[in-house]
Design a protein around this ligand. Structure first.
Ligand SMILES: CC(C)(C)c1nc(N2CCN(c3ncccn3)CC2)c2cc(C(N)=O)c(N)nc2n1
Length: 330
């Protein structure tokens, strides 16, 4: 911002201060940010620049003076030493068959897959040192995530202390059950607040709160699915990794199955495609992972996605309004 005269700076500040305070209040009290963080940050930095240029223009109600009880809408960032990759996805059985053929051609024989439900939540990384939870973070862009450690400590199904003094990273999905989603939205409706569009948004909005007390007031759950570093664990398959996670006290989705080649995958997909609406958590597909960890390493990853896994995606769940309409007609 070009150097302004003191009068011009004062006029600018009289506009910027209430705007930032309004945005910040919306961010906290309504969990519904009115603007993206970067828009807030940009205007906030303009305020800081003007106040640095003219310190005498700083007022007690300036957002720059609201330190302590209200930290800025920005999380500390963490770097994922091992990137949190994306997933290749397919939408038909023909594409699944192509994926399987590619794998079999590459390794020269049929392979076992660990088949998992794809939970519709947000990715979470947990780091433990000597069995103590020391960091929780979101996926972010796969390399840089947000540090949400204090919030993660309010999630009841995440162990803060493991039964073994392990130092490792585990990853999984943080989600909100459909039951909790309905309860929370009813509460927000009663309080005249904006409701969340779906459980995934509600989970993201609850985990990505800067006030852990707000996170604690929302019931979040997890299903963990990856041990990133296996040192000291004799785990040789993805299925064993899930069993080990369960033994260590993590919540693991109980439906995973090992199949030989694609046999059984079709039944798994059809079954969970049918019972999906009755599950208390959202799913948006099924994930196939080559079960053997040595084969996974042999197949490796492309820049963004592992070559050894694929996500079969379901069509979007039936819209709430359609369901309500049918009920209404009846
Ligand atoms: C370890 C790998 C990479 C194979 C992996 N990656 C996953 N994901 C990556 C892409 N993700 C992602 N998220 C946002 C933007 C782009 N990609 C969302 C998590 C998995 C997600 C689930 C689930 N949801 O239930 C699951 N059972 N297994 C996963 N396994």
């Amino acid at each position: 911002m070009a150097d302004l005269t003191k009068e011009q700076a004062e006029q600018e500040l009289e506009k910027i201060r209430p705007q930032l305070n309004e945005w910040r209040d919306a961010y906290y009290t309504k969990d519904a940010p009115k603007v993206e963080d970067n828009v807030y940050d940009k205007l906030y930095n303009q305020l800081l620049a003007l106040e640095q240029q003219y310190p005498e223009l700083v007022t007690p109600d300036s957002p720059s003076q609201q330190v302590g009880d209200v930290t800025l809408p920005d999380f500390n960032k963490v770097t994922h030493d091992i990137p949190m990759l994306s997933m290749g996805d397919v939408f038909s059985e023909a594409e699944l068959a192509e994926f399987n053929e590619r794998i079999e051609k590459n390794v020269g024989h049929e392979v076992d897959y660990n088949v998992e439900l794809k939970i519709d939540g947000l990715s979470l990384s947990l780091i433990y040192e000597n069995g103590i939870l020391v960091q929780g973070s979101t996926r972010g862009n796969g390399t840089i995530g947000e540090n949400v450690t204090e919030n993660v400590k309010t999630i009841k199904d995440i162990p803060q202390k493991l039964s073994k003094p392990l130092s490792f990273e585990v990853r999984g999905e943080c989600f909100m059950s459909k039951k909790e989603f309905l309860r929370l939205n009813q509460e927000r409706e009663n309080e005249g607040q904006q409701v969340f569009a779906n459980p995934r948004n509600a989970a993201a909005g609850s985990l990505r709160q800067l006030d852990p007390k707000i996170t604690a007031s929302r019931k979040l759950d997890t299903f963990m699915y990856t041990i990133v570093t296996f040192d000291g664990l004799n785990v040789t398959t993805q299925h064993e990794a899930l069993e080990t996670l369960q033994e260590l006290g993590f919540n693991v989705n109980p439906t995973a199955q090992v199949t030989t080649g694609l046999k059984g995958v079709k039944d798994f997909i059809e079954h969970y495609g049918e019972v999906r609406d009755n599950l208390d958590y959202g799913i948006d597909g099924v994930v196939l992972k080559v079960d053997d960890l040595v084969l996974q390493a042999q197949l490796g990853n492309t820049v963004k996605v592992p070559r050894w896994e694929i996500a079969y995606k379901f069509p979007p769940e039936q819209a709430e309004s359609v369901v309500r309409e049918i009920t209404w007609t009846i």
